[in-house]
Design a protein around this ligand. Structure first.
Ligand code: ZN
Length: 239
């Protein structure tokens, strides 16, 4: 009396497995976008750091300092014409030499920072290109992903309609038992197992021989004595 219902259950299980697969495909589609968004967020953050690094080079300030030094040096050199004693001249020459040395250090420092700033500019440019390019990609694949996701959702919807109509044809007590066992085996676990060679196809434990006969003739509803799954007789596989 239960064989027909078991047949329907087999179909229900197959449809549920299909749904699981569809959900996996939806997740995979959405991941195309989320992966790119994550990468994009990282690049935006890195760009901020690059901006900060660029700012900390203080190029304009350093350039102004050098200009100030140069002006000071020029002024000192012009004072050379006004010195009256040799002692005064020596003192001024000493000051000039010191200033020139300091200026040299500052200029070297400035050029190093200038080089670094050019590298940062290049990195910023690369980042900006990625940020803009990835946005364009997200937009262009966005609608493609949306269409694909909808297609998978539609299949799930159709499967669920079929599952619903199958349940209306399944024996009520069998459906009730199946649904209560199902709660203990959330997807991707399976709530059902086949009785194959007196063994549960899921946990492989040997079942009672009396059970096998009545189950295969569709006279009883049985669960695996070990794992508790609903047992489906192999006889129900034959259409
Ligand atoms: Zn079992």
């Amino acid at each position: 009396m239960y064989l027909e219902s078991f047949r329907h259950l087999i179909e229900v299980e197959a449809l549920k497995a299909q749904n699981q697969n569809e959900l996996g495909l939806i997740a995979k589609e959405n991941k195309r976008i989320s992966d790119l968004e994550r990468l994009r967020a990282t690049k935006i953050q890195e760009l901020e750091t690059l901006e900060q690094n660029f700012g900390s080079l203080k190029l304009t300030e350093k350039q102004l300092e050098i200009e100030t030094f140069n002006a000071k040096l020029k002024r000192m050199k012009s004072q050379m014409d006004l010195v009256t004693s040799q002692k005064e001249q020596q003192a001024l020459e000493g000051q000039i030499a010191l200033l020139e040395k300091e200026l040299q250090v500052q200029e070297e420092n400035y050029f190093l920072n200038l080089e670094r700033s050019e590298e940062i500019e290049q990195e910023k440019e690369d980042h900006n290109q990625f940020i803009a390019g990835s946005l364009a990609t997200i937009n262009s694949i966005g609608s493609e992903v949306e269409i694909t996701v909808k297609k998978h959702q539609e299949r799930i919807h159709q499967n669920n309609l079929r599952i619903h109509s199958l349940f209306e044809q399944i024996d009520k007590s069998l459906a009730g038992i199946y649904q209560s066992i199902e709660k203990k085996f959330p997807p991707p676990l399976r709530a059902v197992a086949y009785l194959v060679d007196k063994k549960c196809s899921q946990c492989h434990m040997l079942q009672d021989s009396m059970l096998k006969l009545s189950l295969e003739e569709g006279r009883s509803i049985e669960t695996c004595q070990t794992c508790g799954r609903l047992l489906i007789p192999e006889t129900a596989k034959i259409y």
